[in-house]
Design a protein around this ligand. Sequence first.
Ligand code: BGC
Ligand code: CA
Length: 349
Amino acid sequence: MKTFKRVLNIIMVILTVTLLWSCNSEGAKKAQRIREIKIGVTLYKESDLFISSIAENLIDIAKEKESSEDIKIILNIADSNGSTVNETKQVEKFINQKYDVICVNLVDRTAASTIIDKAKLANIPVIFFNREPVEEDMQRWNKIYYVGAEAEKSGKMQAEIILDAYKENSNIVDKNSDGKIQYVMLEGEAGHQDSSIRTEYCIKSMIENGLEVEKLSDDIANWENSQAREKMIQWIKSYGDDIEVVFSNNDDMALGAINAYDSLNIDIVDRPLIVGVDGIQEALQQIKEGKMIGTVISDAKEQASAIFNIAFSLGKNGDIDECIDLLDGKYFKVKHTKVLKENVELFYN
Ligand code: BGC
Ligand code: CA
């Protein structure tokens, strides 16, 4: 009997130790689960005002999330400075350093395949943003996503801003009262979805809504303030007061056009109506001052928040949370809002 009790005791001790050991290892596993999420971001060009605004918002959102969740978030933002070679190297670095998710603002939106293939091989999901890969590339893998704006809508809304002004007082727009709107168009980079689509839908919308338009000139100013300023100075020399509207594919080029008028000391009442897209603070300031009739907000904060939420969910669960509503399981397109002098205060910080 004594021997039996001793054996039973030994068995009990073994069982307890085993149980304790397995609990501890469960604890160790849990501790492993609460880990860090590494998000790598490459920007096509950090000096781009709209892109830097997305990056700043990303940093703020990541900080907030880190303090509300018990997970360390490493957010590494790199500037490709307009070079595809730099961008590919940065992506390779993120892959080698085992980042959980890579967010890419492509330098060349038609050349996403190299990045996709490398990421796929390493099984690291990629979120493209602002510079949309072509459809064929988006189909290369099921772990690629795109966050951007609705280019068609922003073009239409630019037209609406001018159409509404015309309806209210046609003389404000059609200054020479010839029944046509003489315009110039400042375009973003060639091949960027937001340049060609905004241009097309803006003019199409003007015409569909019954306004006759006459293009005096259009040119590519690559989203840049200084290039737009130079073009505008040339156009003012060639067309002077004939220019009734300046459509600009983004705000920074619209600001360049304003600079041109400022530098030539042309009175505000003698200037055309200038309309942009993006809603950057500098443009909202010009709307307040009456130098720009309006802009279309392409919410940088909401875009950053969509990029971050997708990245966080992929990093944490390896999948997309149900509450993130993606079009075709891949696309997130942010809605636009028109801003005029009447509502600018709502958006101006
Ligand atoms: C924005 C531009 C920006 C460009 C960069 C566009 O969506 O409207 O301001 O320069 O993206 O890719
Ligand atoms: Ca006219």
